[in-house]
Design a protein around this ligand. Structure first.
Ligand code: SF4
Length: 124
């Protein structure tokens, strides 16, 4: 399983990505259910030439893209971005913290755009 993380460009001006990376390397929060064979292939931000980056992630065989918790919390484009990415990847709409964030619940989509089932939803 190959995954990538996309974070909010404005936040990355002052964030090192520690929360995302710590959650990934310690298999916490949105990364808790991955098996040992998961590989983090890319870590990038949502600005610049995003379509070029999407194509690169496709070439690299990425299966799942995580949108960062700061995109979920602060970006008006969160849902549109999740929908666009779901054309090519499964999407998990947060990185660290809770599935039900302070502002909104994470959007999780299968590749193709169908709502994905999650462990958290199953427990609700
Ligand atoms: S989700 Fe947290 S750790 Fe990741 S880039 Fe945003 S603020 Fe930084």
């Amino acid at each position: 399983m190959k995954i990538a993380i996309i974070v909010r460009s404005e936040t990355l001006d002052k964030c090192t990505g520690k929360g995302c990376l710590q959650a990934y390397f310690q298999r916490l929060d949105s990364f808790a259910t991955y098996a040992d064979d998961v590989q983090l292939i890319g870590f990038t931000q949502d600005g610049g030439d995003l379509e070029k980056k999407i194509n690169k992630l496709k070439d690299l065989g990425v299966d799942v893209v995580h949108l960062s918790s700061c995109i979920r919390g602060k970006s008006d484009a969160y849902e549109a971005l999740a929908r666009r990415l779901s054309q090519d990847f499964a999407v998990v709409g947060y990185t660290h913290g809770k599935f039900n964030g302070r502002t909104r619940q994470a959007i999780c989509l299968d590749k193709g755009g169908a709502q994905a089932g999650t462990k958290e939803q199953a427990e609700d």
